[in-house]
Design a protein around this ligand. Sequence first.
Ligand SMILES: NC(=O)c1ccc[n+]([C@@H]2O[C@H](COP(=O)([O-])OP(=O)(O)OC[C@H]3O[C@@H](n4cnc5c(N)ncnc54)[C@H](OP(=O)(O)O)[C@@H]3O)[C@@H](O)[C@H]2O)c1
Length: 331
Amino acid sequence: MNYQASQSRYQQMSYRRCGNSGLQLPAISLGLWQNFGHVDLRSTFEQVLHTAFDLGITHFDLANNYGPPPGSAESNFGDIMQGNFGKYRDEMIISTKAGYTMWDGPYGDWGSKKYLVASLNQSLKRMKLDYVDIFYHHRPDPNTSLEETMAALDLIVRQGKALYAGISNYPPDQAQQAFDMLKQLGTPCLIHQPKYSMFVRTPEEGLLDVLGQNKVGCIAFSPLAQGMLTDKYLNGIPDQSRASRNPSLKPDQITPVKLNAIRQLNAIAEQRGQKLAEMAVAWLLRDDRVTSVLIGASKVAHVQDACNALKNINFTAAELSAIDEILKNLD
Ligand SMILES: NC(=O)c1ccc[n+]([C@@H]2O[C@H](COP(=O)([O-])OP(=O)(O)OC[C@H]3O[C@@H](n4cnc5c(N)ncnc54)[C@H](OP(=O)(O)O)[C@@H]3O)[C@@H](O)[C@H]2O)c1
């Protein structure tokens, strides 16, 4: 597809410094976990990528296993980068990860140096890139020493295959240990990627404090609770929605209690002149320790909604306590 980026792409997006690093990330980033696999329509996801970049979204987040099938999101992204999109490589921050099951045998999962190095080599081939900007360890490994996993991240950065190192899904105590080790190795941790939304507030139980104290950035994944924090499920489960076609969001997760909360949150969003999806994104950005909100999108309109959130990220004390009250009663 012939693509020329919008001239106004840097006018609406805001950029936030990632911890105390030199890197700024867009307040909204786009993840390719779902909707970018071989099972999906290239014309749609290519348009989603172009729209995102046109709106100032410079950060694209991948992982070795994104698809389906695993690896196909990276291959598709690589194919699109081979076209006109790739000429903007130096304006982009591209991340990938390893840590979940990727290939058979003892070297295709978890956190050994063998797995991380081999996996990143494969990811670079699939994406047809010389380097990624951020390489993450995707989840803690209870059976590999943290020293080994952090040494692997340090090695990868020293080899120039990634510019920065990150961790994802680490609880606060292990995150602190990882930060200390990486600092000592001379490759300070750039960023942590936790699950964080109005429905999953775990990072508020210590992680955000650890990130703030260590001046490490935070990128919140599944900010819309996979689509639940939108108006999508208010009147049942539409065809083609994630809950109707992907096991990562099962229909029975959308409980009557959750639906009731979604309705009440939707009413607050309406009073603010926002869609619920916009308010859910804005609510995460209320905390300046959150560097970026990492959305998923199956349509161009989803990217536009997330970017519209930036028009109002301020909340009154009354709005915040009304939201807290609704979220207190969740199952
Ligand atoms: N580190 C990790 O372990 C980890 C784990 C999960 C995700 N992630 C990262 O986080 C990214 C985002 O995760 P996510 O896809 O779960 O994020 P999300 O933003 O919570 O959910 C995205 C989904 O919500 C729906 N949606 C989005 N905007 C909407 C709108 N305005 N109105 C109605 N529906 C809307 C779409 O689903 P439909 O398909 O129903 O249209 C979309 O695919 C991933 O791509 C990945 O990069 C990381």
